[in-house]
Structures are given as C-alpha cells and as structure tokens.
Design a protein around this ligand. Structure first.
Ligand SMILES: [Zn+2]
Length: 547
C-alpha cells in the first residue's frame, strides 16, 4: 500500500523509533512550557521555570547550572551554562578557546516571551535538533533575570500586550528598581549578581537582553539596538550595528518571514505621516550600553507588544536562535574585535592622555541616511472640538524618507587623563569602581602632581525622584592645578581595559556618572556647593612618575 506524504509524516510523529532527532523528538511532559500547555494564555512563574531547568538538567550531560543572584524576595536566578563537552568553571571555558555568549530574559517582569524563548532554546539544544549550536561557543542563559517582578502577575501590568498572556508580571524588581536603569549605581541584587557572577567571572563576548516594546504601532515583529557609541570604543558597536544585525535581519526575513528593524518610536504630535523615528538613550545605566563601555558587544531585543503572545514567542525565538547561529559561526571573530578594542583602549590612554578630549554628555542625532518605515497606518479626523486626531487602521504601510535618530554626538567634552586621584574619605567611590571591575590602588606614600581640577559652579539636583534618586547635573570649569595627595589616597591609572567606563563614571560633567547618581552629594553639600564654588574631589592627572 502506498502511503501519502501526510500519512508518512503522521507516522514519523507518533513513532519516535524511526523519527530522526533532526526534525522531531518525543517531548517529555515536564519539558512542555506553560504557554504551550495553556494555549498561550499563561506565562511561567519562577517555580515553573525552576522545575523546567531542574527537569532538563536531569536529562542532559551538556548542562551546568549555577546561581547568579538571589532576589530580594529570595528567589534564585539560575545561570544555565551549555557547552559540548560540558564546562563547569570559567577556567574550563577559557581553556576550550570557545567564545562565551550570554542571553537573558525577563529583565522587566511583564515582558515575558524572552523567558519562554530561552527555555525553548534550552530544550532544542539539549534534546532537539540544535546541539550543533554548541560546536564553537559556550552559551550562558539566564531565563529569568527579574523573578520577583515576574511573579507579581496582574491583568493590567502590561496594557500594550492587550491581555496576551492574561496575566503578566510587574516591571520592577523586589526592591522596587527598574533593572534596566541600574547599570551605573548597581543597587539591585540582580545587577550586582550579573556583574560579579557573569560579567567579571565568565567574561561573555556578547550580551543579549530580551524585552518587549511599550510604544508605537510600527510594522516590525522585532526591533533591536546595539550598544550605542558614546564614549566607548566604537568597534564593538559598529560591528553589531553594521555587520551582525543586518545579516541576522536578512536571515530572519528569509527563514521566518518576520520583519525587524532598529529600535525606535514616533509621535503623532506633528501629524501623519511620521517624519522622525527616535531611539531611546546612550547612557550606561542601560545594560546594553554599558557593555559597549566594557569593550564587549550587546544587543537589545524588543518584540512588538501588540502581537499576540504566541507570535511574540515566535519572533523572540527567531531572533535569539539566529543570534546564536551567528555567534556559533562568528564568535571567534567577535572575540578578536573585542580584544582589539580593549588593547586599543589601553594604548589610546598611554599615547593620548592630556592631548585629546572625549565626550561626557551626548545628544541624539539622525543617521546620515533616511529610511522607509513600516508602520500601521493612521487616518486623521476632526473631533467635535475641531481638533485633528488620528485613528489607527489595520493596514501596514511603508512611509519613505523618515529620519532615524539613532546616533549620539558629544555636546560636552573633557580631556582624557592618564588617571584620577581622590581622597581616602571617598571610599564608597572606590568600592563602586571596584565592583564594576576597575583596578583602584591606595597610595603608599604622598604625591604632589600636576593636572586639572574641576571647580563646580552649579549643582543642579532634580526635584523629581527617579529610581530612588534625585539626579544631579554638575557644571563648572577645569583649570590647571598642582595638588598633594597623602598616603592612603586612591589612585586609578586609566591605562586599563575599563578606561572608557571609568572615565564616564568619574567625569563630573558626565550625563550618567557617579556624580549624576548622588555619589558626591554629601561631599559637595558639606562644602556648601549650593552657594559657593567647590573643587570636585576627583583630580585628573596627565603624568605621574613611577617611583
Ligand atoms: Zn523592557
């Protein structure tokens, strides 16, 4: 009897004995994720996710699990390490010579498909047809970066998702912080764990942060951004923006018929059709941007909030799995670019300290080329009060010649020093820099050194509370000075890999430095900064003889 093609497929699906693992495998029930079990009505709780991780760990010898942090409400953040053969330590990972790639989901508790997608990727790599993705890389996967937010589920936490899934978590962590504004101040337990137990320990070449949009009804299934270059070495951002993301965009379109583009939003305030598409920000408080300052690559991924949950999982899966296909092929090249950026950063300080200026405050500017925007179409109407309003149609249209504001240009610059000196009483600053991975030393004898001192002329502290802070903006002038620092003072030689990050954190006029986040308030207020000029305590030197 001849079997039809459909019947043959049906037999393959029910008979695992002759079903090649390359296109089907029998799913153990405990590895079916909550959205699959509930017709995409529900998302996993932290407990569901832990059950999944424990179940898959028992079924594979390629997985190692550690805890990268414990949340404020005492939930574990598992870090899943996938390697073939298995590795359990960063030393093993380094010895293998394979690049380490890190992906995380759920940083904002209600943006849930990244978490589900990472579980599907675990399942497909460990038990399905994607084991080949470990041939030349080590994957670190953190499916649930904000478990406290994830588990505070309600119907109205994510209105733009229109009830799909029915309940979703809340944006903030258990301490009340937005984890994607915490990159500089590191007050959240999750951020501290990420930097200490992932970044400084495993040293990933690429950081992927999976989100869901909040905004515009654009026509893309997925929008994304590299780390923006402001004061970081440009090579890592340039590679992500100009080589890697365009290639992945093309492949996702071909393989999945999904449209992706650079992250942004538009406003209807200036009418229809939109003329300007704007991204978010360049600040290192956003984790993706911070990786650029660390001479590493990073990708912000934003699925389209108004798509239904199953479609968003599909989009996140397409993007994340194509990212790791790409890194499996190009990871070594990416690691080389990162290493060169790091070496050039150190060399740049050695050769240019005191001679060049670098940006400390930036503004958003358009890319040179305009683009054609895909978006849902709006139609104007005049309401009873004579005002022009817009109503959205169901049609996706293409709007030509839209400016893309996706680049940042320095508006305030400061001289690159060889290093910084500051008094022993600012131990908190030292501790913060060390937690970021910077090398800080204590002077064992007094020094007298020439350099530049910043005189604070204006101390603007915002009235508005933001993330438990009132952000500060300092302005003033630098002038040449010679200062003495006694033994016990702190010294940071900027000729080190994190030079660009340290510069941005310590420069007084930086738009996202430690001064912004109130680390110098006590020192400055004690010296009456609100009514008098005060010398900023971090002194810049251009040369210091080693004795
Ligand atoms: Zn988000």
């Amino acid at each position: 009897m001849q079997m039809t093609f459909k019947a043959a497929v049906a037999v393959m699906l029910i008979s695992s004995s002759w079903c090649s693992v390359s296109y089907c495998y029998q799913l153990p029930e405990d590895l079916i994720i909550i959205p699959e079990k509930t017709n995409y009505q529900q998302t996993s709780t932290h407990e569901d996710m832990m059950n999944f991780v424990n179940a898959i760990k028992a079924k594979s010898d390629l997985i190692h699990v550690e805890t990268m942090a414990v949340s404020f409400e005492n939930r574990e953040l598992p870090l899943v390490v996938l390697a073939d053969p298995k590795v359990t330590t960063p030393e093993d990972a380094r010895r293998s010579g394979k690049p380490v790639i890190y992906l995380q989901g759920n940083i904002h508790g209600g943006e849930v498909e990244g978490k589900e997608t990472l579980l599907l990727i675990l399942r497909d790599i460990l038990l399905g047809d994607k084991r080949f993705l470990l041939s030349d890389q080590i994957l670190l996967i953190a499916p649930i970066y904000n478990p406290d937010g994830n588990d505070k589920m309600s119907e109205d936490s994510r209105r733009s998702q229109e009830g799909s899934p029915k309940l979703a978590g809340s944006r903030r962590n258990g301490q009340g912080y937005d984890l994607n504004r915490d990159g500089v101040k590191m007050e959240a337990l999750e951020t501290a764990g990420l930097i200490k137990n992932v970044v400084l320990k495993w040293d990933p070449e690429l950081f992927v942060d999976l989100h869901t949009t909040n905004g515009s009804w654009h026509g893309y299934s997925m929008t994304y951004a590299p780390s923006y270059h402001s004061a970081g070495h440009p090579a890592t951002s340039d590679y992500t923006m100009n080589t890697m993301l365009p290639e992945i965009t093309k492949i996702v379109d071909q393989k999945y018929d999904l449209k992706m583009y650079l992250y942004g939003w538009y406003s209807l305030r200036n009418g229809w059709p939109p003329k300007i598409w704007r991204t978010y920000n360049h600040h290192p408080r956003y984790l993706v941007n911070q990786f650029g300052f660390r001479n590493k690559m990073a990708i912000l991924s934003e699925t389209f909030a108004h798509d239904r949950f199953y479609k968003r999982i599909q989009s996140a899966y397409a993007f994340a799995s194509e990212i790791i296909e790409y890194t499996n092929q190009h990871g070594r090249e990416m690691a080389r670019i990162n290493r060169a950026a790091e070496e050039e950063t150190v060399q740049y300080v050695l050769e240019n300290a005191g001679k060049v200026k670098k940006g400390v405050r930036f503004r958003m500017v358009p890319l040179d080329e305009k683009f054609t925007l895909r978006t849902y179409e709006y139609k104007p109407y005049v309401n009873a009060r004579g005002q022009t309003k817009f109503v959205r149609s169901g049609r996706i249209v293409e709007i030509p010649d839209v400016e893309n504001h996706s680049r940042f240009e320095a508006e305030v610059e400061s001289t690159l020093p060889r290093g910084y000196l500051f008094p022993a009483e600012l131990g908190e600053i030292t501790e913060m820099l060390a937690r970021h991975g910077a090398e800080v030393v204590r002077l064992d004898k007094a020094v007298a050194v020439g350099g530049e001192e910043f005189i604070v002329e204006k101390f603007d502290r915002s009235e508005r509370e933001f993330e438990g802070h009132q952000l500060v903006r300092l302005s003033g002038t630098y002038s040449a000075a010679t200062r003495q620092f006694p033994a016990g003072s702190f010294k940071i030689d900027l000729a080190q890999p994190l030079a660009n990050l340290i510069f941005y954190l310590l420069e007084p006029e930086s738009d996202d430095g430690l001064a912004t986040w109130n680390f110098f308030d006590d020192y400055l207020i004690e010296r009456n900064v609100e009514s008098e000029k005060v010398a900023f305590p971090v002194f810049k030197y251009f040369e210091m003889e080693d004795k």
